[in-house]
Write a protein that binds this ligand. Sequence first.
Ligand code: IPE
Ligand code: IPE
Ligand code: MG
Length: 253
Amino acid sequence: MPSASTLPKPPAALPGVPPGRMPRHVAIIMDGNGRWAQKRTWARIRGHRAGVRVVRETTEECARLGIGQLTLYAFSVENWKRPEREVSLLMRLLERYLVWERPTILENNLRFKAIGRLDKLPEGVRRELAETTRLSAANTGTTLCLALNYGGRAEIVDAARRIAEDAKAGRLDPARLDEAAVASYLYQPDMPEPDLLIRTGGEQRISNFLLWQISYAEIHVTPTLWPDFRAADLHAAIRDFASRERRFGGLGA
Ligand code: IPE
Ligand code: IPE
Ligand code: MG
């Protein structure tokens, strides 16, 4: 038996980043599709189409790196304010994405989830979401979570409503409510807290994404527009994350 010190070390998922410094949950605000298209004088929807390819590449790279969860902000509760044509094209694109990407999701052993007010999405989208979620439920690899018709405040309101209902019905003792109990009422109760939050497109804001869950996430903003985001940009974000000292209010190491 070789001694523990001679055993080969587990491979670092990313050269230069020790496995213990890899983020377990990466959340991304995929912004900049419209600007990417407009720079080329193309219709905004072409930017969204180009963005879908990047969703696939990023997902595959996260799976390859062994990241536990990737959560992608794809449509916010506020995005309904956009012109009806852009919204309906986005919904069609989303439905097609769910059908086309299903084999890739299954081949990569991904567990698919969606969070948001899903009941307000078009019927076709809801059907494909349910199918992909069902088919991938037993997978054991990276969790791919899409935030759709999602708002951080809406999520907290929905949780508060269910908490109040349970308290009223006598199923919950308000005195016992703690942070873990509140988290269990969120859309994905088993969601690990995001370690790394990436925003593409350069805006330095949260835009109502995962308000409860990101309290201690490390934030990485890149000016790169989402359709231009490549594996190298993901690696740069992870390296930036790995270099941070996370103190969680304490005094650090
Ligand atoms: C993000 O890209 C995708 C969605 C919000 C659906 P945008 O469409 O917001 O692109 P910009 O910010 O206008 O460039
Ligand atoms: C955030 O992008 C929402 C998504 C990426 C789905 P927005 O483009 O909607 O955000 P704002 O309007 O710039 O804050
Ligand atoms: Mg935007």
